[in-house]
Design a protein around this ligand. Structure first.
Ligand code: CS2
Length: 514
C-alpha cells in the first residue's frame, strides 16, 4: 500500500471542520504544562502514555523537544503531535491514538524552549536524554574534560552574560546546557519553582540530573546554581517499558490496520512501570491513576530494574552478538546466554533487599518479556554507550559479590563481553569513544585496565577483577573467533540463530550496526 491516497493524521479544528481527522476523535488540545527533552520512542510509549491516561481533564499537554536530529519533531509536528502507539504482545497488536504531545520542536529551537520553561503554567520538565546525555564522569560529577561540556560552558558564558554580546553568542548543544538556558529564563521571569524529572536509566537519576545541572551552572554562573538549588526539585524515577526503534515494517502495519499514514508510530510491549520519588512544587498529573507508584525510597526499585533488566540487556547485547544473535529473544534462546543471565540475576538478587521486591516473580516476568519474539529488540541498539551503561548495570553487583567473598563472575561477564566485543573489532557508539580507541592501542593487561578505568577506577586497580575479566573476555573472544571460522558456538549449543559476526576481517562492523 503506497499510502498516497490515505488520510494524514491531523487534529480536527475546534468546530470539527478542517484538516482530516484520521482516527477516533481527538480530545480538546490540553495546554502545555510539561516540557520534555528527548523526543524518542521511549518518551512516546512511556511518560506520554501515562500522562494521557491520567489527564482526564485535558490539563497536562506536553511540549517535546528532540536532542540531536530534528527528524522526530518534524514528523510529529506534521501530524499535529498525533501518533499511534502499538502495544505488541506475544499474541497480537492493539492500536491507540496518542494526543498528549501537543507541540514537537527541534531541540535547537532555544527560543521556544526558553519561552516554555519560563511560562508560569509549566510545572514539570521531564528528561529522556540517555545515560550519556548527562556528561557525568566515573565519579558522577560533571565531566569538565568532555569537549561537549567545555563547548557548552563557553556558549553559556556568552548567552547568560549581562554584558551586551560583541557578536551573536553560540548556543549550547548538550541537553543539560539547553535546560540551563530554560531555567535561567524561568528565574528571570520569576515564574517560580518546578520539578525536573529524570527518566533515564541511571542509578539515583535525580542526583545525576542535579549533579549535571548544578555542575554546569556552577561553572557558568554560580548565582544561577543557587537559584536552582532553591527552586528546582529533582525527582527520581525508575522507568520501564521495552520500546525498540520503530521500523518501516511497523509503519506499514499501522497504515494497513488503521487506514491512515503515520510516520511517528511507536511499537511497545504491554508491560509498563513507573516508580517516582520526589516533590512537585508546581503540581503534576495524577500519574498514579494510570498505575505509576510514588515511593519514599526509590533505590531498591531502581536497582532491581537496572541490575536485572538492563544488566541482562547489556550482557545479552555483547555476548549474544558475539554468539550470532540479533535480538534479545534470540539471545535468550541460546542456552549459554540464558545461563549467564541467570548467573547475573543470582548475584543481583543477593545484592538487593528481600522486602517488597518479589524478585522471583520479577525474574519470571522478565523472562516472559524478553521471550516475546514479536518485539524485535535489536541487540545492536542496546550496545551503545557501554561505558555509562556498564557503570550503572554491572559495577555495584560485582562489588557486592566481591565484598561477600565471592567472585562476581556473572557481573564481570557483562564487562568481559563488552571487552571481547571491542576486541572483535566492533565499535558501538560511546561517549568515551576517543578513550576507547586509545585504550585499544595498548596491549594485554594495560589495555584491559585502561578500558576498565572508563567504567570505574576501582575495578581497574583490582588485580583479581582484572584477571577475572581477562579470562572471561578471552573465552568470549574465542566464541567470536569460532563464528568467523564457521563453527558458531550458539548453533553448536542448539540455538537456531544465524551468525552475525561473519567476516574474518575484525575491523569490519557487524551487519546492521552502521
Ligand atoms: C535497554 C533499555 O537500550 C538499553 O540499554 O536496556 O532501553 C531498556 O529496554 C529499557 O530500560 C526498558 O525499560
Amino acid at each position: 500500500m503506497s499510502g498516497e491516497n490515505l488520510p494524514r493524521l491531523k487534529r480536527a479544528l475546534p468546530d470539527g471542520t478542517g484538516p482530516v481527522q484520521a482516527a477516533a476523535p481527538v480530545r480538546p488540545v490540553p495546554r502545555v504544562r510539561i516540557v520534555h527533552i528527548g523526543l524518542g520512542a521511549f518518551h512516546r510509549s512511556h511518560q506520554a502514555w501515562y500522562t494521557q491516561q491520567a489527564d482526564t481533564d485535558g490539563a497536562w499537554g506536553i511540549a517535546a523537544f528532540t536532542v540531536r536530529s530534528p527528524q522526530a519533531a518534524q514528523e510529529l509536528a506534521a501530524q499535529d503531535g498525533l501518533y499511534t502507539l502499538v502495544e505488541r504482545s506475544a499474541n497480537g497488536d492493539t492500536f491507540e491514538l496518542m494526543s498528549q504531545i501537543v507541540q514537537a520542536h527541534d531541540g535547537a529551537d532555544l527560543g521556544t524552549f526558553r519561552h516554555l520553561v519560563a511560562a508560569p503554567t509549566t510545572a514539570v520538565v521531564t528528561l529522556t536524554i540517555t545515560e550519556a546525555g548527562y556528561h557525568l564522569g566515573a565519579d558522577n560529577a560533571l565531566n569538565a574534560e568532555d569537549p561537549a561540556v567545555q563547548a557548552d560552558i563557553a556558549a553559556l558564558g556568552g548567552l547568560l552574560s549581562d554584558q551586551p554580546p560583541s557578536s551573536a553568542p553560540a548556543a549550547p548543544h548538550t541537553p543539560i546546557g539547553r535546560l540551563l538556558v530554560g531555567l535561567a529564563a524561568r528565574r528571570d521571569a520569576d515564574a517560580g519553582p518546578l520539578a525536573v524529572v529524570s527518566c533515564d536509566n541511571l542509578a539515583d537519576n535525580a542526583a545525576a540530573a542535579r549533579s549535571a545541572v548544578l555542575g554546569l551552572a556552577e561553572a557558568v554562573q554560580p548565582e544561577l546554581a543557587q537559584w536552582i538549588g532553591g527552586n528546582v526539585s529533582f525527582v527520581g524515577t525508575s522507568v520501564d517499558r521495552i520500546t525498540p526503534r520503530t521500523t518501516p515494517a511497523d509503519l506499514a502495519v499501522v497504515q494497513s490496520t488503521c487506514g491512515y499514514v503515520d510516520n511517528a508510530a511507536v511499537v511497545t510491549e504491554p508491560f509498563r512501570s513507573w516508580v517516582l520519588s520526589g516533590n512537585f512544587p508546581a503540581g503534576r498529573p495524577r500519574w498514579e491513576d494510570a498505575g505509576a507508584t510514588f515511593v519514599e525510597y526509590l533505590e531498591p526499585f531502581e536497582n532491581r530494574k537496572l541490575w536485572l533488566l538492563n544488566g541482562a540487556h547489556s550482557l545479552l547485547s555483547y555476548a549474544g552478538q558475539l554468539r550470532g544473535a540479533h535480538t534479545v529473544a534470540e539471545a535468550l534462546a541460546d542456552p549459554a546466554c540464558a545461563a549467564w543471565v541467570e548467573e547475573l540475576w543470582d548475584e543481583a538478587e543477593r545484592a538487593l533487599p528481600d522486602a517488597g521486591l518479589d524478585i522471583p516473580a520479577y525474574r519470571q516476568a522478565l523472562l516472559d518479556r524478553f521471550a516475546n519474539a514479536r518485539i524485535a529488540h535489536h541487540l545492536a541498539q542496546i550496545a551503545s554507550d557501554a561505558t555509562t551503561k556498564l557503570r550503572t548495570r554491572a559495577v555495584a553487583v560485582l562489588r557486592s559479590e566481591r565484598a561477600a567473598g565471592r567472585s562476581g563472575q556473572g557481573a564481570a561477564r557483562m564487562i568481559a563481553a563488552w571487552v571481547a566485543f571491542l576486541r572483535a573489532g566492533q565499535r558501538p557508539q560511546d561517549p568515551a569513544e576517543a578513550a576507547i580507541t586509545a585504550a585499544l592501542q595498548l596491549d594485554g593487561d594495560e589495555q584491559l585496565r585502561a578500558l576498565l578505568r572508563l567504567i570505574d577506577s576501582g575495578l581497574a586497580g583490582d588485580d583479581d577483577v582484572v584477571q577475572l575479566v581477562e579470562s572471561l573476555a578471552t573465552g568470549l573472544g574465542g566464541e567470536a573467533a569460532d563464528f568467523r571460522a564457521g563453527t558458531p558456538a550458539a548453533a553448536a549449543a542448539g540455538s537456531r540463530q544465524t551468525p552475525l559476526v561473519e567476516q574474518p576481517n575484525a575491523s569490519r562492523p557487524l551487519k546492521g550496526m552502521q
